[in-house]
Design a protein. Structure first.
Length: 631
């Protein structure tokens, strides 16, 4: 198969310092393709049950897919897979930029990072060569400082993946920062990297990717880019970036505010895309092969927090902003910049601060607990201060660095009633009360409170023609009513499958969900043209591969002890939305869970049956599952 660069996986044993190349088999690539699919297979096979995520037995995989770096729209992604430091279960985190393509140009399709070094090191890959180097001089430095130093001592055009002090200090939601401003943010992959004393990955390559049918792929690629640049929503993203979601979310009553207490924010106009574009926008950036260009750089010149930086995305605007009742954009930009410098997930960081602010409101925290900080809603200075304290594990920040789920356990006094997590991970900027399919997606996501593995926008935003094409015209109008549970399990199951394919190729979430441009019928022909593998042109086979990937992630979590009781939502989502368009709405989760399990062929406890595993070609997993007692 073409599209891969020798099908090479580099295995890096940090305990012994040895590096070894392995060739991935055609069989595993035909069954899992690449990206998070391949990562799910490797993680299940190589990381034993009950492994400590921060111990040397855990492994961290960096993965590309056959589409990565080919020129297909948004094919600049990189996937990290591990057992999550925040969640203790299957974890994946994706990042844009140029790292993934560069990894392939350097001659590697994937990396497997094993063991742990006694001293800080970094890994340098350059045109097929790989070596570990001392990183003692980089340890303790933020991602900006370390990145600049690495470019000076290796190659000025190299691509970088770096952890900051948060990863070194094992903050549970530490991220990996790619080239200063892109973050593999969720699940704590930065902490796993820090536990292995791996400060950075440096990659430089001048190779190329061989494509099976270059002329046909060029035709498909040019048509795909044309579809992007002629799509109005995609061009809105180019102009405004993801902050344009602020106005949309507030209008539909889903702009997460005060730790999910409500879905409307009275000062939303201060944070809307038009305001940011007019007052703070400096330039637009794009990841590799992206014809959208949603990344924005802003500068705030006045106020308490003057700074210039790339971002924030919608998720950081809500987490540091509306979720904390904060409308000061300067403080949001500064908090996001610090999160990137320290290597923190901006979603979990803002959410854990909002959690602490609610506990302050409830009287469960005082200045004696918070190092003298006033955590009243909207205290912008306290928000910015806490970002540093969390990253450095200083005082009260050390508690919050464990994530809100673990922090609530330590605080007690019913603090868990203020956590907004699924499987220990803070929920992203959506609310199931105003978006039923997202409620189910949050609950069932393999990595926890996740919006990117099954987020459907066409039901919430009224794309009826696309909903009919993807899910069936007979499902209208109910499937496009965000307040109804009807057909949401079907929509979630189908979307989760297609996104599993998207994450194996690898391409970006944008253009697949919002705007809803590409779908299964686009992935198959592109895969065949790149790889030359005819089976990828069969829709039924692609869906079977997608289901195999979803089930592989599920089995890893079941082996860790997860059951239906973990496919749940925080108590807040079962209380009526207090105001806005969704006033009075609650989530009826159990109805959707039953239907979702049935559609997947899982039993009532969310466990795949032997028949399903046999159909997906997971007979070897059936045997191991029986041996470990998980089925």
């Amino acid at each position: 198969m073409k599209g891969y660069v020798g099908k090479k996986l580099l295995r890096v044993d940090l305990t012994t310092g040895t590096l070894k190349e392995e060739r991935l088999s055609d069989e595993i690539l035909k069954n899992y393709i690449g990206g998070s699919g391949l990562g799910a297979k490797l993680l299940f096979d190589e990381v034993p049950p009950r492994t400590n995520p921060l111990g040397p037995e855990n492994k961290l995989y960096l993965l590309t897919g056959p589409i990565t770096g080919t020129g297909w729209p948004t094919s600049g992604r990189t996937c990290f897979v591990t057992k999550g430091a925040l969640t203790d279960i299957f974890a994946e985190s994706h990042v844009g930029g140029f790292l993934g393509p560069e990894l392939k140009y350097a001659g590697f399709d994937a990396l497997a990072i094993e063991g742990a070094s006694e001293t800080p090191v970094y890994l340098y890959l350059h045109d097929g060569n790989a070596a570990l180097h001392d990183a003692s001089h980089l340890w303790g430095r933020d991602t900006y400082e370390a990145s600049t130093m690495l470019l000076e001592e290796t190659h000025k055009d190299a691509q970088l993946a770096v952890i900051g002090p948060a990863g070194e200090k094992l903050v549970r939601f530490a991220s990996v920062i790619v080239n200063y401003a892109r973050a593999a943010g969720r699940t704590g992959v930065g902490a796993v990297m820090g536990s292995k004393k791996l400060k950075a990955l440096v990659v430089k390559g001048t190779g190329f990717i061989e494509v099976a049918d270059l002329n046909h792929f060029r035709e498909l690629m040019h048509t795909a880019h044309h579809r992007v640049v002629t799509n109005p929503q995609a061009m809105d993203l180019r102009t405004y970036g993801t902050p344009l979601l602020v106005a949309i979310k507030n209008e539909i009553g889903e702009l997460v505010t005060k730790n999910h207490q409500t879905g409307v924010f009275p000062f939303h106009e201060k944070l809307e895309a038009d305001t940011l574009r007019e007052n703070y926008w400096v330039k637009t950036r794009a990841c590799a092969y992206c014809s959208v260009g949603c990344k924005k750089e802003y500068e705030v010149k006045d106020g308490q927090f003057p700074c210039r930086a790339e971002g924030p995305e919608y998720e950081a605007i809500y987490s540091f902003g509306t979720n904390c009742w904060n409308s000061d954009f300067g403080s949001i930009l500064q908090a996001n910049l610090l999160a990137n410098k320290y290597g923190l997930d901006s979603i979990s960081t803002g959410c854990v601060i909002a959690f602490a602010m609610e506990l302050w409101e409830r009287g469960l925290l005082t200045k004696e607990d918070t190092d003298g900080l006033d955590l009243s809603w909207g205290n912008a200075a306290a928000i910015v201060t806490l970002v540093t304290k969390i990253a450095m594990r200083e005082g009260f920040g050390d508690l919050l660095a464990e994530g809100s789920w673990r922090a609530a356990e330590k605080i007690g006094k019913n603090a868990d009633q203020s956590t907004v997590t699924v499987k220990k991970m803070e929920i992203s900027g959506q609310d199931g009360r105003t978006h039923r399919s997202m409620a189910l997606g949050h609950a069932t996501a393999a990595r926890g409170g996740d919006h990117l593995r099954s987020l459907i926008t066409i039901d919430q935003l009224g794309y009826q023609d696309i909903a009919a094409a993807r899910f069936g015209a007979d499902k209208l109008p109910e499937i496009c009513d965000p307040y109804l549970e009807t057909h949401k399990a079907l929509a979630t199951k189908i979307t989760e499958d297609i996104y599993a394919l998207r994450d194996t190729l690898l391409v970006c979430w944008y253009t697949c969900s919002w705007p809803p441009i590409f779908w299964l019928e686009d992935f198959g022909p592109a895969l065949v043209a790149v790889t030359g593998e005819p089976a990828f042109g069969n829709k039924e086979n692609l869906v079977r591969i997608a289901e195999r990937i979803v089930v592989s992630k599920r089995l890893f979590n079941i082996r860790e002890g997860l059951t239906r009781s973990d496919d749940q939502l925080p108590p807040r989502f079962f209380a009526p939305m207090p105001e806005g368009p969704g006033k009075g709405q609650v989530v009826n989760l159990e109805i959707m869970l039953d239907e979702y399990y049935a559609l997947r062929g899982w039993n009532a406890n969310g466990i795949p049956t032997h028949e399903v595993l046999a159909r997906l070609g997971l007979n070897d997993v059936v045997t191991s599952s029986e041996e470990t007692g998980i089925l």
